[in-house]
Design a protein around this ligand. Structure first.
Ligand SMILES: Cc1cc2nc3c(=O)[nH]c(=O)nc-3n(C[C@H](O)[C@H](O)[C@H](O)COP(=O)(O)OP(=O)(O)OC[C@H]3O[C@@H](n4cnc5c(N)ncnc54)[C@H](O)[C@@H]3O)c2cc1C
Length: 505
């Protein structure tokens, strides 16, 4: 039985995604369901500039939300991937474009033959990606032809946005939701089952429901009291503080359609463009530097003063169980890792896709399966993020500590991939075929860090001469096509400005 009344506590990105997706799912299934969102203007939301993955655009498509309307309303920008600067060594950079060229140039049974070919040639795997060319030329994913916008290719791109504006937009799309500005001060639980029956609010109201979603961010107001324990990744991931700040965009400055992740002496700096300003921040280890020194390091790197908006403590990890009784935690209340690969909002959308499929019959087996899937999801993100620290850098105590030894989850895989380029068979699929971190994301990072062997890739292709010749031809042809597509596409900033003038173009 789909719950009749759902209360979502928290009106950040996670809370509004939950309201939108649960409401839509109930309507599609013909279930009568009242949804209430309780948010607190006294507490506010996390408020940082954010990068998404392609899953966010797929979600907009699913809800038939016009992408141009979203971009115009939120001042979001296009993201094709992440530029990793100074990670392998100082002065080196590599890009991680998120489109997979094999989906277009597919060869049955050979899901990574273009990667194999480029690695064998000692060339960056990004060369066969359309998105790499759009990054290099700072282009939008659309050309204007005959007054219409025509897509450069079939791949889903991602976005950078200001969390507060995106939250407001999602809120405007969540139909039939009751919203209360109040604060949860107490929980009422069933004496026998322990399930939540109601929440008490500071304003005096008691809100009864059958199902509760905890989107209260780091406070974990509901799920904490329901007894879910925290699994910390503090011994695996090396950073534990984040110092966000804003920097204005200069008039006329072109906007790079890529997140910058710039490795620093004691962590790394993110730079996420929106159409008005950059959301930036230093993610660092307080075992290696102090907040004052961290600020000075960033000012020296950027060449100007910064005004930190916060200094957030990161307890990297996840809940042991996201779903306890009739309460599910989503967003920051369920897990958090350093934002290196934009896994948080991605994880929330995927978890909601899974949850909406299980809710019609919320039984203990479904609940266990959900908890196991969420745990695997975040553990896999953790290992992928830890891989980024396999570096040649030793120029600070931080890099000496972090890059000289790695957890077995990383070293075992690296030992395996030293002899071959990974493909889909190296990654366990997520339940229901939902999107998950796989070879498409790993290969550019492994390649960028110099962890794939050209000699092994050459040997692999030597035994497959027809495939090798096809890979060579495909790479040459796609290079030409992608360059032409990039030249046709609008400059990124001009495209975004045009949407402000004609939101429904
Ligand atoms: C430094 C940093 C950088 C990040 N960068 C990225 C990124 O690039 N990409 C990405 O995908 N994610 C990123 N994230 C994660 C991302 O911010 C979150 O996944 C996303 O914003 C969702 O947050 P949330 O809704 O869970 O929590 P919040 O935004 O914190 O919202 C919590 C909500 O709960 C309400 N609340 C709290 N307590 C109560 C109470 N007692 N009663 C009533 N209401 C209450 C608050 O008012 C608020 O509305 C980043 C996070 C941090 C900290």
């Amino acid at each position: 039985m789909w719950p009749r009344r759902i209360v979502i506590v928290g009106g950040g990105t996670a809370g509004w995604l939950a309201a939108l997706m649960l409401g839509d799912s109930a309507r599609r299934g013909g279930h009568a369901c009242e949804i209430t969102v309780v948010e607190s203007s006294k507490i506010g939301t996390i408020g940082v500039g954010e990068g998404t993955t392609a899953v966010f655009r797929q979600m907009l498509h699913h809800f038939q939300i016009d992408e141009m309307e979203f971009l115009a309303a939120t001042g979001a920008t296009i993201k094709y991937g992440i530029r990793h600067k100074d990670w392998r060594r100082l002065g080196h950079h590599y890009d991680g474009p998120i489109d997979d060229p094999h989906r277009v140039a597919g060869q049955p049974g050979q899901p990574n033959f273009l990667d194999q070919y480029l690695v064998s040639q000692g060339k960056p795997v990004g060369e066969s990606h359309l998105f790499q060319h759009l990054i290099t030329h700072n282009r939008a994913p659309y050309a204007r032809q005959g007054g219409k916008l025509v897509a450069a290719g079939p791949h889903h791109h991602a976005f950078h946005f200001d969390q507060a504006l995106a939250g407001k937009f999602l809120r405007s799309k969540a139909r039939g939701v009751t919203v209360l500005d109040d604060q949860v001060t107490s929980l009422h639980r069933h004496p026998d089952t322990g399930d939540l029956t109601a929440i008490g609010l500071e304003g005096g109201k008691t809100l009864h429901a059958d199902f509760f979603i905890d989107c209260t961010g780091f406070r974990r107001r509901l799920i904490g009291e329901m007894g879910a324990s925290w699994t910390s990744y503090g011994d695996i991931l090396p950073v534990n503080r984040a110092m966000p700040f804003w920097v204005d965009l200069k008039p006329g400055e072109e906007i790079a359609p890529v997140t910058l992740a710039w490795a620093q002496k004691n962590g790394w700096l993110w730079k996420i463009p929106t159409s008005e300003r950059y959301g930036m921040g230093y993610v660092y280890s307080d075992a290696h530097t102090t907040p004052d020194t961290a600020k000075a390091e960033i000012e020296a790197a950027l060449g100007h003063e910064i005004h930190p908006r916060n200094d957030i403590r990161i307890d990297a990890g996840r809940l042991a169980q996201n779903w306890v009784g009739n309460c599910v935690a989503l967003g920051l209340s369920s897990s958090f890792l350093e934002p290196l690969e934009a896994t948080s909002i991605h994880g929330t959308v995927v978890q909601l896709m899974l949850l909406t499929s299980l809710l019609p019959d919320p039984n203990p087996r479904g609940r266990d399966a959900y908890n196991a899937a969420c745990a695997t999801q975040v553990d896999d993100f953790r290992d992928f993020i830890r891989l980024h620290y396999v570096s040649e850098r030793r120029d600070s105590r931080f890099w000496q500590d972090v890059a000289s030894s790695h957890p077995p989850a990383v070293t075992d895989r690296l030992a395996d991939w030293a002899s071959r380029v990974p493909g889909p068979a190296d990654f366990k699929p997520f339940p229901m075929g939902l999107p998950h971190v796989s070879h498409e994301l790993h290969v550019p990072v492994l390649d960028g860090l110099g962890l794939l062997s050209p000699a092994r890739a050459k040997a692999w292709l030597a035994g497959r001469p027809t495939l090798r010749s096809l890979a060579r031809k495909t790479t040459l042809a796609s290079h030409k096509d992608h360059l032409q597509a990039a030249n046709r596409c609008l400059p990124h900033r001009a495209f975004l400005v045009s949407l402000q003038k004609e939101p429904t173009a």
